[in-house]
Unconditional design. Structure first.
Length: 112
C-alpha cells in the first residue's frame, strides 16, 4: 500500500466561492481522519503576494490540494512563479459535497 500524498486545504477565505458547508465538512473530516494536512486561508491571496510557501508546495513532490477548479489552482501557482507538477491532484470543493471531496482526498482518486 502506498503512502497518501500530503494534503493542502484552502479555506477560500476571501473569494468565498466554496459553500461553507463543504469547507467546514472537509475541514472537520480532515481533522477527524488523524492524518496530517496543511491549511491555508486563501490560495488566491497567496498567489497575489507570491508567497514563498507556494514554492515549497510545488517543489515538494506529489500533493493533493482541496480548493476550487483545478485549472484555477494550477494557474494560481503558475502566476506565483511556482508551477505545480503533473503529479499534483486537485480536488474541486465547488462541485459535490464534503463527502465527495473527502473521498478523493483521503483515499479515492483525486480529479485534476
Amino acid at each position: 500500500m502506498s503512502e497518501r500524498p500530503p494534503i493542502l486545504y484552502c479555506r477560500c477565505a476571501y473569494a468565498q466561492v466554496v459553500p461553507d458547508a463543504v469547507k467546514d465538512g472537509v475541514l472537520d473530516g480532515l481533522c477527524a481522519s488523524g492524518g496530517g494536512f496543511d491549511s491555508v486561508a486563501d490560495l488566491c491571496e497567496m498567489s497575489a503576494r507570491k508567497d514563498p510557501r507556494l514554492a515549497a508546495v510545488a517543489e515538494g513532490g506529489p500533493v493533493r490540494i482541496a480548493a476550487c477548479h483545478p485549472r484555477a489552482v494550477r494557474w494560481l501557482f503558475h502566476a506565483a512563479g511556482t508551477p505545480l507538477g503533473e503529479d499534483a491532484e486537485i480536488v474541486n470543493m465547488r462541485e459535490g459535497d464534503a463527502d465527495d471531496a473527502l473521498g478523493e482526498l483521503l483515499g479515492g482518486e483525486a480529479k485534476c
